[in-house]
Design a protein around this ligand. Structure first.
Ligand SMILES: [Zn+2]
Length: 261
């Protein structure tokens, strides 16, 4: 996943950057800003946290809008966002993401950027989908309201996070392709993907007498020993000589049989 995170840290020592070590983190808490004003984007919230809010015990780790992600507090430090008290698990053990609601922004894009960031954090801290919390879960506040006030909004958000967790989609196979070896159809098949045909390397190399092994990030191909064309010609001549000698012997045996009968 590609994600551009701008570091926009609150200076140390401010009341909204208490500097306590976070426990875990064990959860990701989702908020929305509640501010629909034009221009109330991630950058604006970054300057608010560094300025007017510096002496208010209110902060969070990330603000996400439709264009960027800003980080305000390092991930090993506590922010005051959950409304569950100075020792509450929301404040002390969860990372907080605020989704911007500015009316000059694309809200669904901001929500999807937040889903992408959430997926990234779940992976980074090895957390499951059940560790994503709403601000509401800690304090009962109707937050994140942009997801809570929309029917199915929260479920859709979780599904979007899950979608970002899944590995990139595999290429689509258009159809299978039959394989003929020396004029005979074999049970192995190839695959047409886009405009190219793919056949298992182990199968193809196996036909030549070579071997393909390996796992993980590489495969190892061992080609069969090369044969010298002069050597083959010599062996063929030898075989032909033996065949001729054999035919002569068979003729003599046949003649003898006739003579005896
Ligand atoms: Zn909130």
């Amino acid at each position: 996943m590609s994600m551009n995170i701008i570091q926009d840290f609150i200076p140390e020592g401010r009341r909204n950057r208490p500097g306590y070590k976070i426990i875990g983190p064990k959860y990701i808490t989702i908020h929305s800003t509640g501010n629909t004003n034009k221009g109330a984007n991630a950058a604006a919230h970054g300057s608010y946290l560094r300025g007017a809010a510096a002496n208010v015990p209110a902060s969070w780790h990330y603000t996400v809008d439709d264009k960027e992600i800003r980080q305000h507090i390092p991930l090993d430090e506590v922010a005051w966002h959950a409304g569950d008290g100075g020792n509450g698990p929301g404040n002390r053990s969860s990372l907080a993401i605020e989704i911007c609601e500015n009316k000059d922004g694309d809200l669904s894009k901001a929500i999807d950027n937040a889903a992408l960031l959430t997926a990234h954090l779940l992976q980074q801290f090895n957390l499951g989908l059940n560790k994503i919390k709403q601000h509401y879960d800690w304090s009962g506040k109707n937050c994140p309201r942009v997801l809570r006030n929309k029917p199915g909004g929260w479920a859709d958000f979780l599904a979007a996070v899950e979608g970002h967790l899944k590995p990139a989609t595999l290429p689509k196979i258009d159809r299978t392709i039959g394989i003929h070896v020396d004029g005979k159809k074999v049970s192995e098949v190839g695959y047409l993907i886009g405009n190219a045909t793919y056949v298992r390397a182990a199968y193809l190399i196996g036909l030549t007498g070579g071997q393909v092994t390996g796992h993980g990030d590489h495969i190892k191909i061992v080609l069969p020993a090369k044969t010298d064309p002069a050597e083959i010609a010599k062996l063929k001549a030898e075989i032909n000589g033996l065949k001729a000698a054999n035919a002569a012997l068979e003729a003599r045996i046949e003649n003898a049989r006739i003579a005896l009968s």
